[in-house]
Design a binder for this molecule. Structure first.
Ligand code: FAD
Length: 528
């Protein structure tokens, strides 16, 4: 009883101090945190920035923004909120680069932790036992230890100094490690290496009770798997160990067109099926849909400049719906002859429209950072910070034709306000113990309908279109799952998780029992 009383008194003291910290908001726009080096910001600009995201549709201001310099700043903050108990409304959201779509990194009247300010002792690259070997064993692999608030573009540049690179990416690299690992991190390399969450060896986590815990598959495995794809619900990722491989210097970047959806998907599926034992024909496989477009060349997504621009500019879609298969082969200049031969051979098996082979060669960095070039162009025209009512779906292979027929045939009438990505991945490269939800088939497709919208009417139109797509999937029982999901009710979340809901709930009760973390996902409400 005596030790309980002491503990209770300690808690009261901490809570009182913390309340004092917040009650001084009005007199100061910034307040330092004892010990860890970080500070709170309360000024209008910081609060407004923390309420913005790439989606640009939901804006909920926090009460304070915490700029941590150390893990203990984060742990102490969460511990304080935890000790305030269920009677306090305060919640905490980690904010990576704020590239969520529907307020997922926001904390209405709570605390937003600005993860990019977390200073760890720099990125630590470890060369592995033999960085030149093709060993399949992850334990021999080179790796880099990074802060959870690190941007992937910085990791690319740092690891390249050692001739190394992460294996699995997102299409856009100005996102943080913690942000993409909380979702999955999917791009054209996922068919081969799995999503980014399959390429992490260790994590350091601050849980919803303020505990700092190291975890991996073998150590605190339940927490490790919970956090990966866990939508920020179980803890804040403060450090991650990312697997690396030898980096190429150049990339052959290829696009070919199809008008026949069956030929397009058959070729995509055949290409991803050769991913075992490192003998994949290509290193990156994606695709996109082109609906109701003429003058394809200038409107094609991103910075792709074909080697024969005249031939490309002469190609006309004539209003047809086309499907573009996008491939990349990594290489080093000394291997160019072998690579050319291999690429030619693999292309000869494909069934694209003759005369639509467009090819270019770029550096590895140019290839990976390609969307940033588009970003700069859009920014210069004031078209980057517009609302983005994106819809991302995972669709089982068995229903992709049905989906395409209705969605590309009837619901989407054009693709001029943003790309529509479509590519398959192999489920066996995803770890089912993680929190992410995928369809129950070995091959499933990622379809990303990445629209920009201007004006209220523009938003309503795209949102209505997205709703019709989701209603169609539901009505037709296609077994579709949302990626970067967004729902308004817990019933919808339950349906999203399906058989995984019970374990998601159980994990929440262990790692964040008061539901303090990531309130912007709207899965749980803090118990009060
Ligand atoms: P935020 O938006 O800041 O956070 C996302 C969620 O994670 C929030 O709930 C937040 O609270 C939580 N969170 C953030 N940091 C941490 C942390 N350290 N620990 C625990 N939780 C945390 N995704 C893909 O998979 N593939 C793509 O190719 C791809 N391309 C994209 C291109 C663009 C232009 C954009 C804007 C997004 C793209 N995304 C893609 C989506 C992207 O992965 C997610 O939006 C991701 O959440 C953004 O990362 P962020 O660092 O901005 O995270």
């Amino acid at each position: 009883l005596r030790s309980f009383s002491i503990l209770f008194l300690t808690c009261v003291t901490i809570v009182t101090r913390f309340d004092w910290c917040f009650s001084s908001i009005t007199s100061s726009s910034s307040s330092s945190l004892g010990g860890g080096g970080g500070h709170f910001s309360f000024d209008e600009t910081s609060l407004r920035n923390a309420a913005r995201d790439f989606g640009n549709r939901f804006q909920y201001q926090p009460m304070a923004v915490m700029n941590p310099e150390s893990v203990s700043d984060i742990a102490n903050t969460i511990k304080h909120v935890w000790l305030m108990g269920p009677s306090s409304h305060l919640t905490v959201a980690a904010r990576g680069h704020g590239h969520s779509l529907q307020g997922q990194a926001q904390a209405p009247n709570g605390i937003v932790i600005n993860m990019e300010s977390l200073k760890l002792p720099g990125m630590q690259v470890h060369l592995g036992r033999d960085s030149d070997s093709d060993s399949d064993s992850d334990s021999d692999s080179p790796y880099v230890d990074v802060s959870g608030g690190e941007l992937w573009i910085n990791i690319l540049h740092e690891t390249l100094r050692f001739g190394l690179t992460p294996r699995s990416w997102t299409d856009y690299l100005h996102l943080t490690v913690g942000g993409t690992l909380s979702n999955a991190g999917v791009s054209g390399q996922a068919f081969r290496h799995g999503p980014q969450i399959s390429n992490v060896q260790k994590l350091e986590i601050v849980t919803g009770t303020g505990q700092v815990v190291n975890c991996s598959k073998d150590e605190n495995g339940e927490l490790f798997h919970s956090v990966l794809g866990g939508l920020g619900q179980f803890g804040i990722i403060t450090r991650a160990r990312i697997l690396l491989e030898p980096a190429p210097s150049m990339v052959k970047w290829i696009r070919v067109l199809y008008s026949d959806f069956t030929a397009f998907t058959s070729d995509q599926e055949r290409l991803i099926s050769s991913s075992e034992n490192d003998d994949a024909a290509f290193d990156y496989i994606e695709g996109f849909v082109i609906i109701n477009r003429t003058g394809l060349l200038n409107n094609w997504r991103s910075t792709f400049n074909p080697q024969d621009p005249i031939q490309a500019s002469q190609f006309k879609s004539d209003g047809r719906t086309l499907f573009c298969l996008e491939l990349a082969k990594y290489f080093n200049p000394q291997d160019i002859d072998v690579v050319n031969e291999e690429v030619e051979e693999h292309l000869s098996y494909l069934h694209y429209i003759e005369s639509t082979l467009f090819l270019t060669e770029v550096t590895y960095v140019e290839f990976l950072d390609r969307v940033h070039v588009s970003e700069l162009k859009l920014r210069s025209k004031g078209l980057w910070d517009v609302p983005h009512p994106w819809l991302n779906l995972f669709i089982p292979r068995s229903n992709i034709h049905k989906f395409a027929q209705e969605v590309f045939g009837n619901i989407l009438t054009e693709t001029s306000n943003g790309p529509v990505l479509i590519y398959p991945v192999n489920k066996s490269k995803w770890d089912n113990r993680s929190s992410v939800v995928t369809p129950e088939e070995e091959v499933f497709y990622l379809v990303g309908i990445l629209a920009s919208a201007v004006g209220r009417e523009g938003i309503e139109e795209v949102v209505g279109q997205n709703r019709r797509i989701l209603e169609y999937c539901e009505r037709s029982n296609l077994g579709v799952k949302q990626y970067l999901p967004h729902y308004n009710t817990q019933e919808e979340w339950k349906a999203h998780f399906g058989p995984k809901w019970e374990s998601f709930l159980q994990r929440k009760s262990v790692y964040d029992p008061l539901a303090i973390l990531a309130p912007g996902q709207r899965i749980f409400q803090k118990a009060i």
